[in-house]
Design a protein around this ligand. Structure first.
Ligand SMILES: *Cc1c(COP(=O)(O)O)cnc(C)c1O
Length: 330
């Protein structure tokens, strides 16, 4: 069976680095959406609890309910409140959505400071706050999200100054948060109420050296087991489309991981494992072949590196890993 291991010591190391930036564990809101970036919602929630993290961020209410016992506060990014509780805050992403929440529900107002995706326009914030009060909702915080926190262009500064301006004209009793992983690490003096940290906790934050010199440790490793081995002779072919052709006699084995498990098909024909083992041919739904005889193969232990082969980012590679894969904390 393919399997995932999660390194507790690497995860805690990353959380130490993050806590150094936020100033305390209490200011870390760990982002656990999409099955904790493929790491496993329950596994990561449990580890975070053990470390002393009290805040979490998820996409759906169902995710919040599944981990409610581990945290004191959970922010739901994009869902309705079907059964609100005092621990859960729901995001208002659109002024028209305010009416969908029942009186007494805890909410946070997401403001679009320049991302152009979700959130209330800056010009609509006063109206939104009035509507929230009229509806009898408990407004807890105002927050925003950056589009370019990991990029060397001016957008980050523009969004940041938009948010700073906004803070001055809304009630100061509200909490404020704007930082994802990249924004937190590029900030010199973080002073907000919390930071919403995802990829950094999983050890795959990448950003230009000019912005932050970081060396976090990847938490997740993916392994596959051998189904079968064979000797290839010169000009033998392997897999769908017969795209691999051996130049000389060699040994190839088939392993039990494929795109049905989340091993992205775009890694076909050119993937190389961290141990330098070459893939042979295309990735199939449930298996893939490598020039190896090992019983168990490390597919990757650093999603950022593996993502390069798939021409994507660590986020997509990680969240592609299916929930059915066995996850074990080591
Ligand atoms: C996913 C997400 C985050 C976390 O981003 P990272 O880059 O993984 O730290 C923070 N805030 C919001 C609104 C998000 O959707």
């Amino acid at each position: 069976m393919p399997r995932i291991t999660l390194s507790k010591s690497n995860f805690f190391y990353n959380l130490d680095c993050i806590a150094k930036k936020t100033g305390s564990k209490e200011k870390i809101a760990l982002v656990l959406k999409d099955n904790a970036y493929g790491h496993g919602l329950q596994e990561i929630a449990k580890l975070a609890y053990e470390y002393g993290i009290t805040k979490a961020v998820v996409r759906l209410e169902s995710e919040a309910k599944a981990i409610e016992n581990y945290f004191e506060y959970i922010l739901v990014l994009a869902d309705r409140a079907h059964s609100p509780s005092q621990k859960i805050s729901y995001t208002i992403n659109d002024i028209n959505a305010i009416k969908n929440f029942a009186k007494g529900t805890k909410v946070e107002l997401k403001v679009d400071t320049g991302m152009g995706r979700n959130g209330i326009r800056l010009s609509e914030v006063d109206e939104a706050i009035l509507l929230i009060q009229k509806q009898g909702l408990q407004l807890e915080a105002v927050f925003t999200h950056h589009s370019c926190a990991d990029e060397l262009n001016g957008n980050y500064e523009t969004q940041k100054s938009n948010f700073e301006e906004l803070k001055k004209r809304v009630p100061s009793s509200l909490r404020f948060h704007s930082c994802n992983s990249a924004a937190l690490f590029r900030e010199k003096n973080f002073s907000e109420d919390m930071a919403r940290v995802g990829i950094a906790a999983y050890g795959c934050l990448e950003m230009p050296k000019e912005l932050a010199d970081i060396a976090l440790k990847p938490v997740l490793s993916l392994y596959a087991s051998k189904n079968s081995s064979r000797t290839l002779y010169e000009h033998d072919r392997v897999g769908y489309g017969a795209t691999f052709c051996s130049e000389k006699s060699c040994c190839v084995s088939n392993y039990d991981i494929g795109y049905g498990d989340g091993f992205l098909r775009s890694c076909s024909n050119h993937y190389e494992t961290p141990e330098g083992i070459q893939i042979a041919g295309r990735i199939s739904m449930d298996n893939s072949s490598f020039l190896s005889q090992k019983e168990e193969l490390l597919i990757f232990d650093d999603a950022s590196q593996a993502a390069i082969f798939a021409k994507t980012i660590s986020y997509e590679l990680l969240t592609s890993l299916k929930p059915h894969l066995k996850r074990k904390i080591v």
